[in-house]
Ligand binder design. Structure first.
Ligand code: SF4
Length: 197
């Protein structure tokens, strides 16, 4: 897929959010609105800054790796994929790169978080020309890292989601809400989804 074949650049976080609720992405691209900053978001940002300091000293054992170089807040962009994003951290070894996403939650990662890792993997494989077959999600409160296989199937699903997002934006199609309404409770866009309250 070449950059000139699509002209709609997306962010890796769009994939995660679209999987959570497509309306979140709709509000960002089709009908931009102000979102409320939640306590959870502010707390997560502060905790992440502390974590970067800690990570500098932490051993790579938490990731099951014996060696590697850490890189923080790395902006990555693939022109061919029309995709960019800021990696919380990447671990580079001689022959591989591992994306790491930090999360301020005790809940185990969900599928949409794995798609996000797959988005980073696709960019890194394109720009760094190294295989990205695994990634980590580090839960800050738990001080624990989950490892995920980033298979070709997950990467293909991620690419498919990107195309669905582009279709939605081009058609300016307002999506249905998620079937699990519990997702709406903490949502920063709930003021704009009057049809569900
Ligand atoms: S309030 Fe619910 S339907 Fe609306 S954007 Fe948030 S999660 Fe989606």
């Amino acid at each position: 897929m070449k950059g000139k074949e699509h002209n709609l650049d997306l962010r890796v976080s769009d994939v995660k959010q679209y999987q959570y609720c497509p309306r979140v992405v709709y509000y960002q691209y089709v009908m931009p609105v102000d979102k409320a900053v939640t306590y959870k978001m502010e707390k997560g940002k502060a905790a992440q800054e502390d974590l970067e300091e800690l990570e500098q000293r932490r051993k790579l054992r938490a990731y099951g790796l014996s060696e590697g170089k850490r890189r923080f807040n790395w902006w990555v962009h693939s022109r061919d994929l029309g995709l960019s994003g800021k990696l919380d951290m990447a671990i580079e070894t001689g022959d591989a790169i591992y994306p790491v996403d930090f999360k301020f939650t005790r809940e185990p990662p969900r599928k949409n978080h794995v798609y996000q890792l797959a988005g980073y993997a696709l960019i890194l494989e394109d720009t760094e020309r190294r295989p990205v077959t695994k990634g980590f999600i580090y839960l800050i409160p738990e001080k624990d890292a989950f490892v995920f296989d980033l298979t070709e199937e997950i990467k293909a699903e991620c690419l498919n989601t990107l195309e669905q997002i582009r279709d939605m934006i081009r058609a300016e199609r307002f999506p249905d809400p998620p079937s699990r309404r519990a997702k709406c409770v903490d949502c920063e866009y709930q003021n704009y989804c009057r049809d569900i309250w």
